[in-house]
Design a protein around this ligand. Structure first.
Ligand SMILES: C[S@@+](CC[C@H](N)C(=O)[O-])C[C@H]1O[C@@H](n2cnc3c(N)ncnc32)[C@H](O)[C@@H]1O
Length: 269
């Protein structure tokens, strides 16, 4: 009898099925743009795009929408080319461009909206470097354009812990996702995190993704945005953090002292 060949592990399938809600975010970021600028965004740059899942959803939303995804690592970009592009009609596909580059080096073409999600800009641990990145973002925005940066915080984001979820998808079957908060240094605000997966056959894939970040605070990021040249900044804060949270966000200048939170910081030029 011929033994059944084991499917090779593709960590990006697991990542997309545990961490991201690209459809929701593409639509919602478009609405934030409208709320803040009173205009409609069509051109989006997804910085630190990984597999550029949000770019895919953005170009599907409107025939005028375009997306540029930027990532330093060719591996998630190749995943995008293999798994996302073939599912798109040629007319839709041609409105996405991927750049295997450093976000610090790209300033053209100018776009309406730039996002940096999943706290990716926290790899810039020095203020001067974060400001250099944000200055580049300003240069890359059309007049009146906006940038949206997400950020997480609260005691629940720095306590050493493992958050476990059992998930399921068509491609992977049932699997376990573990968000592991490895360490936090209150003096430097450096924090290390990992994502582990346990596959449906029980095999563990430890440290499938690892992160070494400076956990910035909201006022620090807003101050850096101002210094980089953004005219205004505002914050979208979740309306409640009890239980699972509401998933509903409002613009506010004061937040509840949540145990763990994810907020969206918006800068307008
Ligand atoms: C936390 S992942 C985020 C992926 C995706 N944006 C998401 O929301 O899930 C961070 C990504 O940023 C990329 N990256 C790190 N430094 C970068 C840089 N300087 N320029 C471009 N991409 C970078 C990494 O290769 C990785 O794919």
């Amino acid at each position: 009898m011929v033994a059944k060949k084991k499917k090779s592990f593709d960590k990006y399938i697991y990542y997309e099925n545990s961490v991201q809600s690209p459809e929701h975010h593409a639509e919602w970021f478009g609405r934030i743009f409208h709320e803040v600028t009173d205009r409609t965004a069509h051109s989006w740059r997804e910085d630190f795009c990984g597999t550029a899942a949000m770019s895919v959803e953005w170009v599907k939303l409107h025939p005028k929408n375009t997306a540029i995804g930027i990532d330093l690592d060719p591996e998630p970009l190749e995943y995008h080319t293999r798994n996302h592009l073939p599912k798109l009609k040629p007319e839709v596909r041609k409105r996405i461009q991927l750049l295997n580059k450093n976000v610090l080096d790209v300033h053209q073409p100018k776009v309406d909206l730039i996002t940096a999600c999943n706290f990716s800009y926290c790899i810039f641990k020095e203020r001067a470097l974060l400001i250099r990145y944000l200055k580049g973002v300003c240069r890359s925005l059309k007049k009146g354009g906006i940038a949206i940066l997400d950020l997480a915080g609260g005691p629940g984001m720095i306590a050493p812990m493992r958050e476990r979820k059992t998930l399921r998808s068509k491609e992977t079957g049932k699997f376990k996702y573990v968000w592991h908060q490895r360490s936090f240094d209150p003096i430097t605000h450096n924090a290390q995190y990992s994502i582990h997966f346990q596959l449906s056959d029980g095999e563990w894939k430890k440290d499938a993704f690892t992160y070494d970040w400076r956990l910035w605070t909201i006022p620090e990021v807003r101050e850096c945005m101002k210094e980089a040249g953004f005219k205004n900044t505002c914050v979208y804060w979740e309306t409640s953090h009890k239980g699972e949270g509401t998933g509903e966000y409002i613009r506010t200048e004061s937040g509840d002292n949540a145990f763990a939170w994810v907020a969206y910081i918006v800068g307008q030029i």
